[in-house]
Design a protein around this ligand. Structure first.
Ligand SMILES: NC(=O)c1ccc[n+]([C@@H]2O[C@H](COP(=O)([O-])OP(=O)(O)OC[C@H]3O[C@@H](n4cnc5c(N)ncnc54)[C@H](OP(=O)(O)O)[C@@H]3O)[C@@H](O)[C@H]2O)c1
Length: 321
């Protein structure tokens, strides 16, 4: 089979031929149909992600495809079942072996590009806004990086939870994408005085920060008493510096969330959340935004687009003819 590989830190993505993997007991082999790309694919390649791979490794965190074999003694989704899974790494290959407990069947009619783009983006925003921040109807939610992969799902889910959603994104086109996903209003992140623009909102209850840096710090200062700041990611490359005395004086909470980390200590939380989200998808309540689907051979070009902030929502690699 063909698989994308990275040989060293910050190395090139190269397409190689590997042996087809054989499923072990408890595993299914899945023919990969589509892979969702993530900013973290770049961080991992560059040695800047919280998970450090052993080189050489196969990148790709999440995928959708069709089960084609089960390991010895394994009962699980029958060959032919359409599934999605979060893998962490290894998805950018024509076939992968996955523990059957990690596979989720696709709702009828869900295309593979929606399925591959689904788990990380929706899962992160669902757990962050619900379980962690307890966003309540009528509260104001400020989303940084609102036209990106996770940010756009925060807009969509926040709106569904009844919040007043304010999106922050760079330029009119990205602001329009965030408004189409449900934001009540948007703020261009190139606004010269972002801190003043956030303050003018009259108080924010929850900040969803996928960007960090100065924008994250400005958003923190716009929180009203008992506000919650969700530290989701640092796409700007800068970790916001947060002063504990400010938290005390305004009764603020800062909440970290690493969605994939739940696999290590409470995988059932991810599973229940994804099943809920797939039900919402099946009801037509969620509309994944995939700005581009590129062929398997175009992975380096697709990741260049992600790094250049040229995508909105998700980028997907398709392995289908
Ligand atoms: N905590 C978790 O479990 C979790 C899960 C998924 C992702 N994340 C993190 O969340 C962040 C976003 O991930 P993603 O996959 O949604 O990425 P993405 O699709 O590339 O979105 C990132 C957004 O950040 C904005 N941005 C601001 N400064 C940037 C810069 N210097 N370089 C690139 N983008 C910049 C961009 O929007 P503008 O051009 O509009 O500024 C872009 O739309 C990453 O840090 C990722 O590691 C965390």
């Amino acid at each position: 089979m063909k698989a994308w590989r990275v040989a060293e830190t910050a190395g090139a993505f190269t397409l190689e031929t590997l042996a087809d993997p054989l499923p072990a007991p408890g595993e299914a082999r899945v023919r990969v149909a589509a892979v969702g790309l993530n900013f973290a694919d770049l961080l991992m390649r560059d040695g800047k992600y919280q998970v450090r791979p052993d080189f050489p490794y196969t990148p790709g965190m999440e995928m959708a495809g069709v089960v084609d074999a089960l390991g010895p003694g394994t009962t699980g989704p029958a060959p032919g079942t359409r599934v999605l899974a979060y893998l962490g790494m290894g998805a950018l290959a024509e076939a992968v072996c996955v523990p059957v407990a990690r596979l989720l069947p696709l709702p009828e009619g869900m295309p593979f590009d929606h399925a591959a783009a689904f788990p990380i983006a929706y899962g992160t925003s669902h757990l962050a806004l619900g379980r962690k921040a307890a966003l309540a109807p009528g509260e104001t939610l400020l989303v940084l990086g609102a036209a990106g992969g996770v940010g756009l799902t925060a807009v969509e889910i926040g709106r569904r939870m009844g919040a007043r959603v304010v999106a922050v994104a760079r330029g009119a086109a990205k602001c329009a994408v965030a408004e189409a996903a449900g934001a009540h209003l948007s703020i261009d992140s190139d606004t010269p005085d972002l801190k003043a623009a956030f303050k003018a909102l009259g108080g924010v209850d929850v900040v969803y920060d996928a960007v960090g840096g100065a924008a994250g710090e400005a958003a923190l200062s716009a929180l009203r008493p008992e506000g919650r700041f969700l530290a989701i990611g640092f796409a700007s490359g800068q970790v916001p510096q947060i002063r504990a005395n400010h938290l005390l004086v305004k009764n603020l909470s800062v909440i970290g969330l690493w969605w994939g980390g739940y696999l290590n200590f409470a995988p059932e939380v991810l599973d229940a959340s994804l099943r809920q989200l797939l039900d919402w998808y099946a009801e037509g309540a969620l509309r994944p935004h995939v700005s581009d689907t590129l062929p398997f051979a175009a992975l380096p070009e697709a990741l260049d687009r992600l790094a250049a902030r040229a995508s909105t929502g998700k980028l997907v690699i398709s392995l289908q003819p």
